[in-house]
Design a protein around this ligand. Structure first.
Ligand code: UDP
Length: 154
């Protein structure tokens, strides 16, 4: 069982699409190990996306990610990292709507920035991002998703 970090972004939360996304991910066989509703400050959003610093979309991305609450998730499934990225679809929601209309970004996103959700792209990113949002979560040994607690912080 692999774990990954996923996030429902402010556009989807403010539109109420988080309900649909949470339902779809459970139907897709992902177990929710941890869940938190979090308002990122601009500084925290900038830190989360630090690898993109200097790129043309960085400031807009940081504004977007701190514009309202996100839902941060630790998900567990076999091959969770690639599985979640496949469920999300292409980064740009315009492309997703064209090429993968049933994907989460195809259904719930708008464009290249406002794309409804995030997913870690490697085991190293997943570990860093889980620690960023859930610093006290003990990951080794693996929590049993059947009994793991779901935290909702408002
Ligand atoms: N992004 C953007 N413009 C771009 C590329 C990316 O606004 O040209 C935003 C978009 O919200 C994306 C995030 O930056 O989800 C991180 O980009 P990355 O290339 O890491 O894509 P992801 O891993 O999210 O698919």
């Amino acid at each position: 069982m692999q774990k990954t970090f996923a996030m429902i972004k402010p556009d989807a939360v403010s539109a109420g699409y988080h309900h649909n996304i949470l339902q779809e991910l459970e139907l897709g066989g992902f177990a929710i190990v941890s869940k938190a509703r979090v308002q990122l400050t601009r500084a925290r959003a900038a830190e989360f996306y630090a690898e993109h610093k200097g790129k043309h979309f960085y400031e807009k991305l940081v504004d977007f990610m701190s514009s309202g609450p996100v839902i941060a998730l630790v998900l567990a499934k076999e091959e969770a990292i690639t599985g979640w990225r496949t469920l999300m679809g292409p980064t740009n929601s315009v492309v997703a709507k064209e090429q993968k209309p049933d994907s989460l970004r195809g259904k719930y996103g708008t464009d290249g920035t406002y794309n409804a959700c995030h997913g870690a792209d490697s085991p190293a990113s997943a570990a860093r991002e889980i620690k960023f949002f859930f610093p006290r979560l003990i990951l080794d040994p693996l929590p049993d998703p059947a009994t793991a607690k779901t935290f909702i912080i408002d």
